[in-house]
Design a protein around this ligand. Structure first.
Ligand code: B12
Ligand SMILES: *[C@@H]1O[C@H](CO)[C@@H](O)[C@H](O)[C@H]1NC(C)=O
Ligand SMILES: *[C@@H]1O[C@H](CO)[C@@H](O)[C@H](O)[C@H]1NC(C)=O
Ligand SMILES: *[C@@H]1O[C@H](CO)[C@@H](O)[C@H](O)[C@H]1NC(C)=O
Length: 139
């Protein structure tokens, strides 16, 4: 008897909690925009829309985009200290001898300012509506 009361109390409590959990700051997938800019060749920009899970890392969104969109490809190397270093995007690779690399920039919100994150693709956590800019450039 006691355990039945407990059980119904617990399931009632769960019913109250679950909708809260599901709606808590966007359970499920949100969108970010990913713009590929080549500031060296001046090739036209390419823009993709990618899914991002709640507080997911940019690398995760890029991996899922690569799995679902045959036009988007990237490679990275693993740095001992800092993790994933973005090496190439759609066949264009950074080159130490030419001092070229893929710079990670983020435009905050739609018409917002552009920041240069102080972490790489494995650590950066985009906000929904962020526009990620991968800028092929020189150092
Ligand atoms: C030089 C430098 C660069 C050069 C490296 C060119 C080269 N081949 O020499 C360039 C311009 C490419 C670069 C790029 C970036 N960098 Co940098 N870079 C440095 C710096 C000033 C010195 C590194 C160095 O030469 N160390 C000495 C050598 C002997 O050691 P090393 O282990 O061989 O160094 C290598 C790694 O540091 C690696 N590397 C450099 N930057 C980054 C960034 C990431 C995320 C990774 C995985 C590896 C990596 O390249 C070096 C040469 O191969 C450090 C700050 C510092 N004072 O240490 C920041 C630093 C390592 N970079 C940093 C960042 C954030 C970036 C960028 C993500 C910036 C951006 N928003 O685009 C990009 C990487 C984007 C990508 N493609 O993934 C951060 C990393 C912090 C973190 N925890 O993620 C640091 C610590 C500076 C900071 N802001 O605090 N970087
Ligand atoms: C490409 O995108 C960048 C960053 O959003 C922007 O500054 C630039 O004007 C764009 N270039 C073209 C040709 O659309
Ligand atoms: C964003 O900027 C563009 C170009 O400057 C402008 O035409 C547009 O009205 C702006 N949009 C918003 C929502 O501010
Ligand atoms: C890309 O890098 C170039 C060279 O550093 C810079 O002038 C340009 O503003 C960057 N692109 C964007 C979209 O910020």
């Amino acid at each position: 008897m006691m355990s039945m009361i407990m059980a119904s109390f617990l399931s009632a409590a769960l019913l109250l909690l679950v909708p809260g959990i599901l709606t808590e700051k966007g359970y499920g997938k949100k969108n970010i925009e990913l713009t590929i800019v080549n500031s060296i060749s001046n090739a036209p920009n390419e823009t993709y829309s990618a899914d991002i899970v709640f507080r997911g890392i940019l690398l995760g969104a890029m991996r899922r985009l690569q799995q679902t969109n045959a036009d988007f490809k990237f490679t990275y190397t693993e740095d001992l200290n800092y993790g994933p270093f973005l090496e190439s995007v759609n066949g264009v690779a950074g080159d130490n001898a030419e001092h070229t690399y893929w710079e990670l920039l983020v435009q905050i919100g739609k018409n917002g300012s552009v920041i240069r994150p102080d972490v790489g693709i494995g650590c950066y956590i985009p906000e929904p509506n962020d526009c990620i800019i991968l800028n092929f450039t020189k150092w």
